[in-house]
Design a protein around this ligand. Structure first.
Ligand code: AFD
Ligand code: MN
Ligand code: MN
Length: 430
């Protein structure tokens, strides 16, 4: 039996922190009430909010220069599940993990599903990988995969995605996320038109393999590893693809995949309007696809995105059912600490967005009261909702202070003993 953080430790820490927490929660309730906002519906909404953890996120990531493996890293999918379960145990915000294939392949998927269930973890969207060559693979993806010039390479990439669906079915997933690295590095290297045409043709075959209750998420990215053009470069291309494929296709927004200074929340609003918002890969960035921890660089941007989501939910926008996942690379932190804090930052943005007086904002917008509207909007962001996040965790059996309990438990030191390093671990991609 491997080490798990005992419930008694959580209860003990919560007990010690309770008086101060109740004081803070009560004070926030009164502050919000003065603005005409009830705290309880926000706490309930935060409690119901879940974000998936990517299985690759619990390993230490790296840059293209180096990877500095952390001590006690998970050495395979079963240990990754343990870490995912630890994050959920303390935060109660991450009940599912999102597997990446072929990295997370096993011989017995019912065993994998049962082990996950025993740890209280389910499976979210399955991610395919046609951006690397595997040792047992016939054809190379060096010059592309689903948009390769050679039909045989495209067929191999289609077959991989169909296999991902099959595996996902066994795990209880309901979606396939497809991100391709296809693109070009030199002007003139490839036909911008033909590359997209053949991609659509290949994706139609993947789409045809989706079970009725499944969706396919198309993830766009402006650059990297291709630095001149990418085939699925932006939300416009993604939307064109989703519309060409059919109603089960939708557009996934990874916060790090846009040009600098792009207004991501407006993209979100447009995709909601089109009924094609698949969901998110949350992370933060200063420059490009930095994959920094959510809310660490620009928490206001995260808030702005969540305002659009809260607005869409309140309007009951047709087809609005986004999937949430963290997609980060933890290079210099303990991944468990980063993922716990990131899950909480995402919830924070959600709670702040719920703390906006939408009726007052709409009235100010309609009256062209520019400063009034801005202040009402900003008031949500400026609310310290930490007591709501803590209360939501406490009510569902989590820790008032996840980081404090995690550190006090000595979890990582125990894993160092349980998990001696092995060669060739697949943890933590760049
Ligand atoms: C790469 C991509 C993208 C994707 C991830 C997993 O940039 O974010 O979600 O790989 O496939 O980091
Ligand atoms: Mn992503
Ligand atoms: Mn990315």
């Amino acid at each position: 039996m491997t080490y798990q953080i005992p419930s008694a430790l959580i209860e003990e820490a919560n007990g010690a922190a309770l008086p101060a927490h109740e004081d803070d929660y009560g004070a926030l309730a009164r502050r919000l009430a003065r603005r005409g906002i009830a705290i309880e519906p926000i706490t309930a909404a935060v409690s119901a909010f879940a974000v998936a953890v990517p299985t690759w996120g619990v390993g230490t990531g790296g840059t293209r220069f180096a990877r500095f493996p952390g001590p006690g890293e998970p050495r395979g999918i079963f240990e990754k599940l343990e870490d995912c379960a630890t994050i959920h145990r303390l935060t109660r915000a991450t009940p599912t993990c999102s597997p990446h294939l072929p990295w997370d392949k096993v011989t017995d998927y019912s065993e994998l599903r049962e082990r996950a269930a025993a740890l209280g973890i389910g499976f979210d969207a399955v991610n395919s990988n046609t951006f690397q060559d595997q040792s047992d693979q016939a054809l190379s993806y060096k010059f592309g995969s689903l948009a390769h010039t050679d039909k045989a390479v495209r067929a191999q990439a289609v077959a991989h995605n169909l296999e991902c669906i099959e595996i996902g079915r066994k795990l209880g997933s309901k979606a396939l996320t497809v991100w391709i690295a296809d693109g070009s590095n030199f002007p003139g290297q490839s036909s911008l038109t033909r590359a997209f045409d053949v991609y659509l043709e290949a994706m139609a075959e993947v789409y045809a393999g989706l079970p009725d209750d499944w969706r396919v998420f198309i993830e766009h990215k402006i650059h990297e590893p291709a630095f001149y053009s990418t085939v699925i470069s932006d939300w416009g291309t993604s939307l064109m693809a989703a519309e060409a494929l059919g109603p089960k296709a939708a557009c996934l927004v990874d916060l790090g995949h846009h040009a600098p200074n792009v207004n991501i929340e407006q993209i979100v609003a447009r995709l909601v309007r089109a009924g094609r918002l698949a969901g998110f890969h949350f992370n933060d960035s200063n420059y490009g696809d930095d994959d920094l921890d959510s809310g660490s660089a620009d928490p206001f941007r995260l808030f702005r995105v969540f305002y659009e989501l809260v607005d869409a939910a309140a309007r009951k926008a047709p087809g609005f059912d986004p999937a949430y996942m963290l997609d980060q690379s933890h290079n210099v932190t303990d991944p468990i600490e980063s993922l716990m804090s990131s899950a909480s930052e995402v919830q924070r943005a959600y709670a702040q967005a719920l703390a906006v007086d939408r009726a007052a904002l709409t009235a100010a917008q309609e009256a062209n009261d520019v400063m009034g509207a801005h202040q009402i909007y900003k008031a949500g962001y400026l609310t310290d909702v930490s007591p709501i996040l803590a209360e939501a965790r406490r009510r569902s059996g989590g820790a008032l202070d996840p980081l404090g309990v995690y550190r006090a438990s000595g979890y990582r030191a125990r894993k160092v003993e349980e998990r001696p390093p092995v060669a060739g671990s697949s943890s933590g991609i760049v």
